[in-house]
Ligand binder design. Structure first.
Ligand SMILES: Cc1cc2nc3c(=O)[nH]c(=O)nc-3n(C[C@H](O)[C@H](O)[C@H](O)COP(=O)(O)OP(=O)(O)OC[C@H]3O[C@@H](n4cnc5c(N)ncnc54)[C@H](O)[C@@H]3O)c2cc1C
Length: 471
């Protein structure tokens, strides 16, 4: 009884939406796809995401969609995969649980990403980088200050100009990158973006993967790509187990403005409670990743603006002059995750569904973009050779190209994070000696810089700036 008026309201909204759809169709509007969907889902595209899911939930209980490749998860890794594969000529559908929220830039999640040159080259070839470049800042110098021992802080400085006249990479707000990806997808005929809608179940049949969505629709594809983050449901559906561990740390992320220019210098203070990292943004602004002990972080997050600014000022050691304004604070758990496999029958994993790292050394998303560039290359070569893109032999090629790089970086970052945390004096002394060696041993610094910049093993074409030939 109580529900009746609500149902009437919903029915009226559905009818209104359907009318809107027909009206739009009469006027010849399309919604980012060559063929509009038969149900009023797309009629809601100019309305809010919330209405859109209500309508699709009611009207499309039995709708079955199909495509070449279904991407589960539309974070930055999933959206980049949609652009890369769509621009090669694959029919792609990307399903994401979150509303697109293109209007929420620039403070979407407080995070920025330091993208290394290879990732920037790939995004430039995909026509994504020009759409967010203005929000990015070049990273020319990386300074590491070891404050974790009892001795005087040790410092090592890596200058990209010692290798070539180009920065190590660029720091870009996640929100700007996400907006750029969404804008690029909106203009692509072969890419369908369904959001917000959740994957409920994923099953693997002999010739296809079938995703059942929370709005009642099903989506079948020759290959499913799991891009649904650390708690990936697609990974779980394939029975892929993970190793994961935490460090008792929380990462706080925010941006700030300061009185002195940063001059393209990124500074990592290594402290036993966790790193405190300043990364340049355009103008006199920087983004901060402040890692603290899990039990201490809530106290810092709860500080009033003035006290928090004071705590931040103290930790910057004045390298940026006076800290002026501090933006909204966000927090993330710090942990490592490593999937046992990155591929299974009709499934490939990319991004944090396959691997996650503590936020030091700017590796996380760079690994995700390397996954995308490698997978795109393997899949387009397979299709051109007449192979099934979901076949195990094809996906094994992807896995064997990615595993050595991911494992090497996961253990390097894990080791770095543990080494910084340690209070055991002999290890502290070793760390100090290590930093001194980097400064003094000829050639060591350049070798470390190159290793930090390039994936281990074969570098995918997109990351070398070589476009892939579409189908
Ligand atoms: C503070 C901080 C700083 C960082 N700095 C850097 C850096 O400088 N450089 C760098 O390279 N990396 C950095 N990283 C890491 C980087 O941010 C992550 O690796 C990256 O954002 C992960 O992207 P993703 O797309 O793989 O996963 P996510 O962003 O987790 O995306 C997963 C998506 O899947 C969707 N999803 C989940 N479940 C479902 C479901 N059932 N159905 C449908 N959709 C679903 C979610 O809605 C989400 O959109 C940093 C991380 C942190 C926390």
């Amino acid at each position: 009884m109580m529900d009746a008026p609500r149902q009437d309201g919903e029915a009226a909204r559905v009818l209104q939406a359907h009318r809107g759809f027909l009206d739009a169709k009469r006027r010849g509007w399309t919604f980012g796809r060559a063929e509009p969907e038969p149900w009023p889902l797309d009629a809601q595209d100019w309305k809010s995401g919330r209405e859109r899911v209500t309508v699709s939930a009611i009207m499309s209980k039995t709708e079955s969609l199909s495509c070449d490749i279904a991407i589960i998860g539309g974070g930055i890794a999933g959206l980049t995969a949609a652009v890369a594969l769509g621009s090669l000529g694959f029919e792609v559908t990307c399903v994401d649980a979150q509303p697109p929220q293109p209007e929420k830039a620039p403070e979407l999640d407080g995070r920025t990403t330091a993208l290394l040159q290879g990732s920037v080259r790939a995004l430039a070839l995909l026509d994504v980088w020009p759409r967010c470049e203005a929000a990015a800042e070049g990273l020319w110098v990386m300074r590491i200050v070891d404050e974790s021992g009892r001795r005087e802080p040790g410092t090592v400085t890596f200058d990209s100009r010692e290798m070539e006249e180009a920065p190590f990479g660029y720091n870009v707000p996640n929100a700007a990158l996400r907006q750029a990806l969404l804008a690029r997808i909106a203009g692509m005929k072969g890419v369908r973006h369904l959001a917000p809608v959740k994957l409920e179940t994923l099953r693997f049949e002999s010739a296809q993967a079938v995703a059942e969505l929370a709005d009642g629709r099903s989506l079948s594809a020759s290959l499913a790509i799991g891009a649904d983050g650390r708690n990936s449901r697609s990974r779980e559906a394939a029975g892929i187990v993970v190793k994961r561990w935490t460090y008792g740390q929380t990462a706080m992320a925010f941006s700030l403005s300061h009185s002195h220019p940063h001059e393209g210098v990124s500074t990592e203070f290594h402290r036993t409670s966790g790193p405190f990292v300043l990364v340049p943004m355009p103008g006199n602004r920087s983004s901060v990743v402040w890692v603290e002990r899990e039990r201490a972080a809530p106290g810092f997050l709860a500080l009033d603006e003035g006290s928090f600014r004071h705590a931040v000022q103290e930790r910057t050691r004045g390298v940026l002059g006076t800290v002026e304004q501090v933006g909204p604070r966000f927090s993330y758990p710090v942990g490592t995750l490593l999937a046992e496999r990155y591929a299974a029958h009709r499934l490939a994993l990319i991004g944090e569904s396959a691997h996650a790292l503590p936020p030091v050394g700017a590796q996380g998303l760079n690994l995700g973009i390397t996954d995308v560039a490698t997978l795109a290359e393997v899949l387009v070569e397979a299709r051109r050779a007449g192979q099934d893109v979901g076949a195990e032999a094809v996906l094994e090629r992807y896995e064997s190209r990615r595993r050595p790089d991911v494992v090497a970086r996961v253990f390097a970052i894990d080791g770095l994070n543990r080494a910084v945390k340690t209070r055991f004096p002999p290890f502290q002394a070793l760390r100090h000696l290590g930093l001194a060696a980097v400064e003094r041993v000829p050639g060591l610094k350049a070798t470390l810089m190159r290793q930090g910049m390039q994936p281990v093993g074969e570098v995918p074409s997109l990351m070398r700036g070589i476009p892939l030939r579409p189908l």
